[in-house]
Design a protein around this ligand. Sequence first.
Ligand code: FPP
Ligand code: MG
Length: 321
Amino acid sequence: MSKTYPIPQHILQDLAVVENELNKAVSAADGVLAEASTATLKAGGKRLRPALVLMSGMVGSYDLKAFLPAAVASELIHMASLIHDDILDDAATRRGFPTVYSLWGERTAVAAGDFLFATAFKILARSEMRSVEIMVKAALDLTLGEFDQMVTAHVIEQSFDDYLRKAKRKTAALFTACCQTGAYLSGAPAAEIDALSRYGENLGVAFQIYDDVLDVAGGAETGKALGVDVRDGTVTVPVLYALEHFGRDSRFAELVATHNPSDEEVREAIVLIGQSDAISRTKETARSYVDEAIRALGELSNDEAVAVFTGIGEFVVDRYH
Ligand code: FPP
Ligand code: MG
């Protein structure tokens, strides 16, 4: 299993500048807010979103100074959304560390997420208006997608399109925005900005689908507890495929529809998913989104960028194999 993605040396150097800015941003809070925000930053993460902003800037005229606000803001928005998501999921760990919610409680977690979210836009205000517009749309989509997921929890009559609508907003929108912003700020031609937006969206959907697999088939290396989505009644792709496998009037469907299931019921649902064809079908579906993302790269004229983005697509597939 590869834990990192291929990245050119010059981008790696620039990501260190992003990291420095992130450190400055989180430590600007007071007391426990600074502590909680810093702990979230230190807990790691792949910094994939800032990397996407910078690498998308490779397709035109590369200028770190122009890309920096969007790169930093993208990670802050992501961090804010995860802190809030962990409250909604009642999650004890993320990336192998206790969540802000479990360490400091719900009120501090709400405040820390709000602080990081507001800081993201304070920093983004230093960028061009178009870049702000793109990121604002992504932040709105994130919120709408997460809410959609919340109100459709435990509903067994859902289609793959229902899933896709939520995944595109909840996860892929920020990937799309990162690629679109980087390409836009580099002055790339419209066709290449569009191609990278399509790449980002398909990569984001694939990323979310593989993340769904981790919830029911991940090992300790995920740093997250198993079965959080199942307990929440989130109809992820493996759940959707297992529903198709067992039928909507099966024991499995009954478990998905059960609010506040016991640990034993969550375990039972995971075992049933493992007995169905859901995991292998889900991986195939995710792979098809990676392939679609890579196809979009055909529009790009910079070969180094094509190689790097292809490598990231493979990383998304690889990390769970
Ligand atoms: C993780 O997904 C969560 C998201 C991708 C988005 C969460 C969005 C919000 C909480 C609303 C927006 C809030 C702000 C402050 C912008 P997951 O639960 O599938 O993945 P996980 O397994 O990593 O928790
Ligand atoms: Mg979650």
